[in-house]
Design a protein around this ligand. Structure first.
Ligand SMILES: [Zn+2]
Length: 380
């Protein structure tokens, strides 16, 4: 194991933050899997899973079971971790710019497009190596102007050449679910199965430049853009990425985190990163079907008030089912409350954390089976 501290750009006199990465196995071995936690800094279940993964990976390394390489970044957002306001953590948006820590990553397909147009050949594996090399060079020459840019560059430098990228997040209150790109799904499906995901949201470019999709989008987007200018070279999907939502923010629990870490270790075995102990166990079946992210309905309230849920997370809903009450206790008629109803059928996979809502606020999310949304598909 190699523990490395990566210095971020100093934003002000006397300040210096750093990221810590752990590398298990030979850094040049394949497959390479990159795992990070808490890019949204107040989302802590992943940090605890990373803690338990460290012991498991160290044991695997001692036993000589690591044939691939795993890079683990347990606390991916030291900037966000340091932000607090009114005694509350503020880890989703950088306070200085208002930017979401998981958006605005650079378009890597665009960054290497000219080199790829001229330099790719007929050997698919060589093409994958070349693209990884060019992205690495582009990241080296990128000179960040801010601390936030330097954090983004550092995370991409650690992950850009990985075969699989697992970004550990959570929602406010949620069942286990994950987001991935359609091109990654064949590789990510076994992870969804081992984790017991109750919803899977697939997209072809969600928009906004999130970390995971920049790494996997690089491959299919570069291929599409080359074909559009008449360059048809074999370019496999060199990276499969996913954002795993480890339930809700309050689900920071040793037993759950150990189970999740074991599920990830089992997935690493499936990928051939870890040699298996004893006979290979078949992967469990999926407990849900993958649905389009464009079919996910975000419930909202047109009225302000106290939020009272009528159904738990994970509840299967039909169109018209009551999900929550939003109550204005100052209304003239005390018997009237606003009922938030499902507009699509599917699992209620996430609820919000606050119980007072302003007009227009989110209430929850339902994984519908039919795509109906367009444009940027991720929330703020
Ligand atoms: Zn998040």
């Amino acid at each position: 194991m190699i523990r490395t501290e990566h210095a971020l750009l100093s934003p002000s006199l006397g300040h210096h933050k750093h990221l810590v990465s752990f590398t298990y196995g030979d850094p040049l071995a394949r497959p390479k899997v990159y795992i990070q936690a808490s890019l949204h800094a107040e989302e802590l279940p992943g940090m605890l899973v990373a803690h338990h993964l460290r012991s498991a990976l160290e044991a695997a390394e001692r036993e000589g079971r690591l044939s691939g390489c795993v890079v683990l970044v347990p606390a991916a957002n030291p900037i966000g971790l340091s932000q607090r306001l009114d005694h509350k953590p503020m880890g989703r948006f950088e306070l200085d710019t208002g930017e979401n820590f998981n958006r605005h990553y650079p378009d890597l397909a665009d960054a290497v497009f000219e080199q790829a147009r001229r330099g790719l050949g007929e050997d698919p594996q060589r093409n994958v190596s070349l693209v990884r090399q060019w992205v690495g060079q582009w990241l080296t020459q990128w000179t960040p102007q801010t601390e936030l840019e330097s954090q983004r560059r550092c995370l991409l430098a650690l992950s850009h050449d990985a075969d699989v990228v697992i970004d550990l997040h959570c929602d406010w209150e949620a069942v286990m679910h994950l987001y991935s790109e359609e091109a990654c799904w064949p590789t990510i499906q076994p992870l969804a199965a081992t984790l017991g995901c109750q919803a899977v949201l697939l997209a072809k470019n969600s928009g906004g430049g999130p970390f995971d999709e920049r790494l996997s989008g690089l491959w299919w987007q570069l291929r599409e853009r080359l074909v559009a200018v008449g360059v048809d070279r074999p370019l496999p999907q060199g990276c499969a990425s996913t954002t795993v939502e480890l339930r809700g923010e309050g689900d920071v629990d040793h037993a759950q985190a150990q189970t999740d870490a074991q599920a990830i270790m089992r997935y690493l075995e499936h990928l051939g990163v870890l040699a298996t102990q004893g006979p290979v166990q078949p992967l469990p079946p999926m407990v849900c079907k993958a649905t389009p992210l464009a079919g996910s309905q975000t419930l909202q309230t047109p009225l302000a008030g106290v939020l009272v849920y009528l159904v738990p997370t994970g509840a299967p809903l039909n169109v018209g089912d009551a999900v929550a009450h939003v109550i204005d206790p100052t209304a003239p008629d005390a018997s009237r409350v606003h009922v938030v109803r499902a507009e699509v059928s599917g699992i209620l996979y996430a609820r919000v954390g606050n119980r007072y809502l302003v007009a227009g606020a989110e209430v929850g999310k339902i994984a519908g089976a039919t795509a109906f949304r367009t444009g940027d598909l991720l929330g703020a």
